[in-house]
Design a protein around this ligand. Structure first.
Ligand code: GZL
Length: 320
């Protein structure tokens, strides 16, 4: 090495040492994130949380919206592999059909984190960790609220219609399972219709219109797997000349602002919280996984239940 190159290098180290700046600044972490879509208020808040947390943490986020199609998520994950990102994170739109693409990520030595929803894979080593809610417990909480309310009318048959989430998705399967498990404790509680509303307001309204046409005033309770479908159904109930929250009790899940506004208006009776604010925890988990630090295989988000009675008081505290 020539004399003047040695001098320049020495000066660079000296400058770095003096100003305490890293001579070779670590390159920012690059995460590829495949999002389900933009189907609900919950999803929008989840996307904001993830993007804001990445920005705040100086992480480069490559974000892909799958418009609720699994094939788009598979394409996005393959693109992230080709781009050699440091880590892949995604919210799987449905539980099954991920083994092949996750094996490709593993072969490329790119770790994967599941957020929000789980997958059904033969080999759990295909992902590093899963951060999200316990959807079965959310369904149980909805069922327990109704079981408690039904104690006031012990001899009355209560007919329930159910708006399920996206077919094959973990929240739809598990919220149905948890709710049924709890209401089995009271034979007067009967689910007379159950159909997917795909987690959207439009579809929730459309299916509720069909339920009302078929069952009319026989319907006592609506159990919706998310607030967006409940809000759509509330419009259908009003257009049928009935009072949501009174003629038909409305139970839903997520705890988005729209649900609190509906409860304050007396049109929704209870929402079971499902927090979308996973961004900060996801970024920390990603850093730990890339640094080969031990992480739990399952990180469960903490959540509550908000009946209409507390909606006005709680509303100012809501972050999504
Ligand atoms: C739950 C999430 C669900 C929400 C819906 O964690 O996957 O998807 O309950 C959203 O609002 O569409």
């Amino acid at each position: 090495m020539t004399c003047n190159r040695r001098t320049v290098l020495a000066a660079a180290f000296l400058a770095a040492f003096t100003f305490n700046t890293p001579v070779f600044a670590a390159k920012p972490l690059v995460i590829g994130f495949s999002q389900v879509g933009a189907e609900s208020e919950w999803r929008t808040a989840n996307t904001v949380s993830i993007k804001d947390a990445a920005k705040k943490d100086g992480i480069t986020l490559k974000f892909a919206d799958a418009q609720q199609k699994q094939e788009n998520q598979v394409k996005a994950i393959r693109s992230f592999i080709a781009q050699r990102v440091d880590l892949i994170a995604f919210s799987p739109v449905v539980e099954s059909g991920w083994d092949t693409v996750l094996r490709e990520a593993k072969a490329a030595k790119i770790p994967v984190i599941l957020t929000d929803r789980a997958v059904n894979v033969s080999d759990p080593s295909l992902y590093a960790t899963f951060i999200g809610s316990d959807f079965v417990e959310e369904g149980r909480r909805a069922g327990r609220w109704l079981l408690e309310r039904a104690k006031k009318t012990p001899d009355t048959i209560i007919n329930i219609v159910e708006l399920q989430g996206t077919v094959g998705s973990a929240p739809a399967l598990d919220r149905k399972k948890g709710f049924e498990e709890v209401i089995a404790g009271n034979p007067k509680l009967k689910v007379i219709r159950s159909q997917t509303g795909d987690f959207t307001r439009a579809k929730g309204k459309e299916v509720m219109e069909a339920f009302l046409k078929a069952e009319g005033k026989k319907i006592n309770v609506l159990y919706a797997h998310n607030d967006d479908m409940a809000i759509g159904a509330i419009q259908a109930i009003e257009e049928a000349g009935l009072k949501p929250g009174k003629d038909i009790v409305v139970i839903s899940i997520d705890g988005v602002k729209g649900a609190f506004e509906a409860m304050i208006a007396g049109k929704l009776n209870v929402t079971v919280e499902c927090s979308p604010l996973l961004g900060p925890q996801l970024m920390q988990l990603a850093r730990d996984v890339v640094a080969n630090k031990p992480v739990p295989k399952r990180v469960v988000t903490q959540e509550g239940v908000f009946p209409a009675e507390v909606a006005a008081k709680e509303f100012p505290n809501r972050k999504y």
